[in-house]
Ligand binder design. Structure first.
Ligand code: SF4
Length: 697
């Protein structure tokens, strides 16, 4: 009740579901909350998607977690007090660390956590637990473009320009991105733009395109090499830009030189004429952009594929110029901020590299610890999960803001690894497939119940504001981390529970780093300033932030962007006689991520009620499947059961499954453990499968 006191009846905040972070106004009406779009937030321009309109439903979900649960001797989860639950967690963590060392305890975070939570979680892992074993589910989302962007530009900000710049674009190439379905308000900025869409599926975005290139799954790197080849041989190279603003073109060109259009057509299935038309449209337009999404990234060669599209953008002279550019459409709720503040295995706050002695000294100074006490780099998300409960691997895992039993690849294996732990602690809003396996479940507050900041896909830092107090019995993630850290012997002041205090510390920790928030304050954000990082702290405290990056120089020491010499290679598996089809996974408009939240919203359930598999009618006929039938889809990892939808938007060699659904409908029962060697990204977009009718027993 104390926490509710003083909260305003209406607040301006932002939708928590995806990285567009649409502006909303919330109004408290008794126990209910009403939402409407902010008319003046430029990104969504008064629009929301179905998920945004229905988001308040989750605040009063009937099965909302309201008390800690502890698994008893009978194997059942039973209600517990907070002190009892936190005492239990701390004592078991302390014992495991004493017996097996600090890396016996691991932490798994989420790309939907606020900046404050992501920061506090990274600090908690490295200081309170002393473990290197921390990573997060953003590794399954945008890690490949982040790696490629850092290598090319020296800094990774999804869009290095405001979303509103796209409104003036003449041509936009969207590679592996389907914003018409995943972030519909973005399409308001593209209504007068000619779109070139690259996607194996004829998505809702592709239906609006002037040109749709439909490569075979896993061949978009070959296609990007071919487009670079055509840009050069058709005379579209921006030579002055190459000479003054880039390095490494020659090595990249040597990898593209053999990708003649006819060869590209053989490998990808994209006709030569369409390849040429795509390059010509981009090259001849005045204002043009290349944007990539998960379709480019979620491959065992995702970093190289994103780099190949960056190479194309550099060859045409797009990045770092007003009215043109390259960007990545980051997906998760705080997909950008979630990767900047230290919950990645290889990073410290400010997007600093954890092996850099200067970075370690700076961050350790802010944290008040010895730099030598900070652990080194850990393992990428799937590797972390794969090692759980194995000899020498972590024996305890703390999960915040993630549901890996549904969202991780090779999901049945991951569930087995979670079940092999000595201790699994999950902090969440609602029960999930991962809380079902937990030894301790901690109920935590959600988006409209606490304050903080998030960072949108364009690098703009935004305030999240509460209109409700958390329900009785529910704590914030910051309170949970504080409670465990103190029980592990940390001084209370080191883990503040106030988001404002955490943000002020985050500002200092990020200062001078690649993602510099030092000049951003709650006061400036509350005053309505639009602040994009980097925003260093300057005398007077009025640095305006950086809406557009790279206009003068890129963030490498020589100021130049770097081409990457990349080669095409096949996916980890391709169809054969046992598994004759490609399966590719993705999202639908009415669901979000693992569906733990959106599967509790009746309107969204009505729109997307169950696991389904999209199949071309010709393919369905071959395998004796009809519309509405149940099909069993099987890969080398296992099978999933899904309802057949006949669509003509797919190639006949490919089926599509959204990954939001639980139980036997999990698409990730099919996906495999192949990882990108640079980013650690799993190959969600390509598995080899067979399909067959399935009769319920
Ligand atoms: Fe929320 Fe994204 Fe939909 Fe906007 S597009 S309302 S941020 S889910």
């Amino acid at each position: 009740a104390d926490r509710a006191r003083g909260l305003p009846v209406t607040v301006g905040t932002h939708c928590a579901y995806c990285a567009l972070q649409c502006g909303t106004r919330l109004r408290r009406n008794g126990p209910a909350v009403e939402v409407e779009p902010s008319p003046d937030f430029p990104v969504n321009r008064g629009g929301l998607c179905q998920k945004g309109w229905t988001a308040p439903v989750l605040l009063t979900a009937p099965d909302r977690l309201r008390t800690p649960l502890v698994r008893g001797a009978d194997g059942e989860l039973a209600p517990s007090g907070w002190d009892e639950a936190l005492d239990l967690i701390a004592s078991r963590l302390a014992r495991l660390r004493a017996e097996h060392g600090p890396d016996a305890v691991a932490v798994f975070g989420g790309g939907g956590l606020t900046n404050e939570k992501a920061y506090a979680l990274g600090k908690f892992a490295r200081v309170a637990l002393g473990t290197s074993r921390i990573d997060y589910n953003g590794r399954f989302c945008m890690a490949s473009a982040a790696a490629a962007g850092n290598a090319a530009f020296g800094i990774d900000r999804g869009l290095p320009f405001p979303v509103t710049d796209l409104s003036d674009a003449d041509v936009v190439m969207l590679a592996g991105a389907n914003p018409a379905e995943t972030m519909p308000p973005l399409m308001r900025h593209l209504s007068r733009t000619r779109l070139v869409v690259i996607d194996p599926r004829r998505t809702r975005t592709a239906e609006q395109a002037a040109l749709h290139l439909q490569p075979a799954p896993g061949t978009d790197l070959a296609l990007a090499l071919g487009l670079l080849h055509l840009a050069v041989t058709d005379g579209h190279l921006d030579k002055e830009y190459l000479d003054t603003r880039t390095t490494g073109f020659e090595a990249a060109w040597q990898r593209a030189v053999t990708w003649w259009p006819e060869h590209v057509e053989q490998v990808t299935g994209v006709p030569v004429a369409d390849q040429r038309a795509a390059v010509t449209m981009l090259a001849e337009a005045g204002r043009r952009y290349i944007l990539t999404g998960r379709g480019v990234e979620q491959h065992s060669k995702g970093t190289d594929t994103a780099a190949a599209f960056i190479n194309l953008a550099l060859a045409l002279g797009l990045p770092g110029r007003a009215g043109s550019g390259y960007g990545c459409l980051t997906g998760q709720g705080n997909g950008q901020g979630g990767r900047e503040h230290g919950q990645k295995a290889d990073q410290l706050p400010g997007y600093r590299v954890i092996t850099d002695p200067e970075a370690r000294a700076h961050v350790a100074g802010v944290w008040g610890v010895d730099p030598a006490s900070l652990p080194g780099p850990g393992h990428a998300a799937y590797q972390l999960l794969d090692a759980l409960g194995t000899p020498g691997g972590p024996r305890a895992l703390l999960v915040f803001g993630s549901n890996p039993v549904v969202s991780a690849p090779h999901a049945a294996h991951v569930a087995r690894r979670l079940a092999a732990l000595d201790l699994l602690v999950v902090a969440d809003l609602v029960p999930s497939e991962t809380t079902e396996l937990a030894d301790v479940v901690l109920p935590v507050a959600q988006w409209a119940e606490e304050e903080g900041t998030t960072t949108s896909l364009e690098g703009r830092v935004l305030r999240r504001r509460p209109v409700l107090a958390p329900p009785d019995g529910v704590r914030t993630d910051l309170e949970v981390l504080h409670g465990i850290a103190v029980r592990l012997g940390q001084p209370a002041h080191r883990f503040p529970v106030s988001p404002r205090a955490v943000f002020d510390e985050l500002r200092r920790a990020s200062g001078g780093g690649r993602a510099d928030y030092a000049g951003i304050t709650y006061e400036r954000l509350d005053a309505g300033e639009a602040l994009y990082w980097p925003c260093p702290d300057v005398p007077g405290g009025d640095h305006p932030g950086t809406p557009r990056l790279f206009l003068d120089r890129f963030h490498h020491p020589d100021g130049r962007a770097r081409f990457a010499p990349v080669e095409h290679r096949d996916p980890a598996e391709t169809p054969d006689t046992d598994y004759p089809l490609f399966a590719t996974t993705g999202r639908v408009l009415a669901q979000y991520q693992s569906g733990a939240q959106t599967r509790r919203v009746p309107e969204l359930v009505a729109a997307a009620p169950e696991a389904h598999v999209e199949v071309h009618p010709d393919t369905a006929a071959r395998y004796h499947l009809g519309e509405g039938d149940l099909a069993r889809v099987t890969s080398a990892r296992g099978s999933t059961i899904a309802r057949v939808r006949l669509v003509r938007t797919l190639r006949t060699d490919t089926v599509f499954l959204p990954f939001h659904f639980p139980g036997t409908g999990r698409a990730n029962l099919l996906t495999g453990p192949a990882l990108d060697p640079v980013s650690g990204m799993p190959e969600f977009k390509v598995s080899a499968v067979r399909v067959e009718p399935w009769r319920e027993k």
